[in-house]
Design a protein around this ligand. Structure first.
Ligand SMILES: [Fe+2]
Length: 270
């Protein structure tokens, strides 16, 4: 048995700006006190790949815990004046020994995962799919900073292709599946007076991720973030779904950094 502490969407860069102080040391002190063997981050640790890697390495060195992570959309952002595309950022993380790309054995579970992406399948059903592609540059920052040089759907297709192989290979093992994006429509956030946010649910995930994972009864944990709405650990389609993002300061329930870390972290036995 192995104790795993799971978090997502720490956004340490943005939260440092919002709080007006460096919080990385506070975070590391907090994690050091936790009685977990491994720490797993479901994306959006920082604002670009090198920062995410630096943080992963620092957390691992200073807490003495094994750290595993996947990329979130913010981790693959590339500044506008940088000529490289997001695949360079993705590859940097993908090739890091702590990145979850190949199945990893943790305790009695095999962890299968990767960044994931969105394909507009969770978007408003009455809106033609092409609209989500056309409007993205007006309302969603990934259009500028997450540059794939291919359609969003094709980015997700690459992830799905690898997951199909991995899930099939480990269909007789207990599996924890982890990606950054929402796999089930029930975890979207619809607001009665916010047409823009409702439109942007198209960029939150894909029901194809959930449909794939649901084919495997041996997947007993499904972990994701991206939404900043906390759902906790929920039984859904016979699986334990973990969606408990840290989020930005203004998404918090309270205003105390350490208390919020406690509220948004989930400890499980693997
Ligand atoms: Fe995200």
């Amino acid at each position: 048995m192995l104790k795993a502490l799971i978090m997502s969407d720490l956004h340490l860069d943005i939260n440092e700006e919002l709080l007006g102080r460096s919080v990385t040391s506070e975070f590391i002190n907090w994690l050091s006190r936790k009685s977990c063997d491994v720490f797993i981050i479901a994306g959006d640790l920082a604002g670009e790949a090198l920062d995410a890697i630096e943080l992963v390495e620092r957390i691992q060195a200073e807490t003495n815990k094994d750290v595993y992570f996947i990329a979130g959309n913010h981790d693959v952002w590339v500044p506008e004046d940088n000529k490289e595309n997001s695949w360079n950022s993705y590859d940097l993380m993908y090739n890091h020994p702590s990145y979850i790309n190949k199945p990893i054995k943790l305790g009695g579970h095999t962890v299968i995962g990767d960044m994931g992406w969105y394909d507009y399948s969770l978007g408003l059903q009455h809106v033609p799919q092409i609209k989500f592609k056309e409007e993205k540059k007006h309302i969603w920052k990934d259009a500028f900073y997450a540059r794939w040089e291919m359609d969003d759907e094709d980015v997700l297709n690459k992830m799905l292709k690898n997951w199909r192989v991995d899930l099939e290979k480990y269909k007789d093992n207990p599996v924890m599946f982890i990606n950054h994006f929402i796999p089930y429509k029930e975890f979207l956030t619809w607001l009665p007076d916010d047409d823009k946010m409702n439109f942007c649910q198209a960029y939150m995930g894909s029901n194809r991720i959930g449909q794939l994972v649901d084919r495997y009864q041996n997947v007993d944990y499904v972990v994701f973030g991206h939404t900043h709405k906390r759902h906790g650990v929920v039984e859904h389609h016979g699986k334990k779904v973990i969606c408990q993002p840290f989020g930005y300061v203004h998404n918090w329930v309270g205003n105390n950094f350490v208390e919020e870390l406690d509220k948004s972290s989930v400890m499980i036995d693997l």
